[in-house]
Ligand binder design. Sequence first.
Ligand code: PLP
Length: 361
Amino acid sequence: MTIPQMEPWLGEEEAAAVNDYMRSGGWLMEHDKTRKFESIIADYTGATHCIVTVNGTVSLTLAALACDVKAGDEVIVPNYTMIATANAASLLGARPVFVDVEPETLCLDINQTEAALTTKTRAIMLVTANGRYPKAGIEAFVDLADRYGLALIEDAAQSLGSHYPDGRHIGSVGKVGSFSFSVPKVITTGQGGCLITHDGELAERLRKLKDFGRASGGSDIHQSIGYNFKFTDLQACVGIEQMKKLDWRIERKKEILLKYHQALHAVGSVKFFEQDLVNTTPWFIDILCERRSDLQEHLKQRGIGTRAMYPPVNKQEAYQRVGDHPVSELVGRQGLWLPSSSQLTDQQIKTVCDAIAEFYS
Ligand SMILES: Cc1ncc(COP(=O)(O)O)c(C=O)c1O
């Protein structure tokens, strides 16, 4: 593709950091560089603790485990999300309960969330889709979770660089927030994820869970069962350099969305979701469009990559659950991600928009 839907952006700085590290005699496994990466993320998000781990699926699973989600429990999951959100609950033997999302933000609908709670519900996984927050506001979800004694887990995999209107970083408000650093994300470490929290006790549990259940590295005394979900210092070298580029990327992502808006506002077959560009950062450019697969083919022939947005999770073969979820079903039929890399040029955005306008003309 001449204009890919997404591409990684790693520069000389990352290469030099890895090179220097390789010559430093480091052990590669997580140590000082990882601690530094964690402290950079904690500072950036305003969280008291940051615990990095192997990816965003494992971080969600660890979050649920640390919040006492057990086999037989129910976990509220939006029906529009990357399937990892639901799978994290399934991995623990819990049952993801799918709830539809708001049409404007693609985040959980609070009334439908409350209606789906049962005596078995243990946690709510609030996915802040594409950096967006629910219209009901995060405090309404905090209240709901408190009223029913549930853990509010923010799946902020797509929300680095996005804040709630009161200034708090997304992911830092619930009991624990989870991020992903997979390659298409705003910053990447190849694979990678992290958890942020203000709760010191929970942070301690998470650190033990990811390190064989021991209180400190290098010891073979284990107080509890834990696993090996650790990071590597090699990846942390990349992450530290990527974080230095975050502010620029955030600004560029916002500009890119504005340019798409300006160029496509007159195309009636294309609809944008709401995005608060003051507080949040669009990770991918997401639209609803008519005749999606024909449009994709038209763009593909012109060297332009796109990607269909997530299908409704309940309808995936992996779950096959009945349920009426009109918003996630609409997105499953008409949702499309347009080219969204931070390094897209203005000319490339124009090329994409001209090709879309041509298709619908
Ligand atoms: C909302 C959401 N949750 C979880 C994940 C899983 O993260 P990872 O790919 O790092 O396992 C992703 C990844 O795309 C995601 O978008």
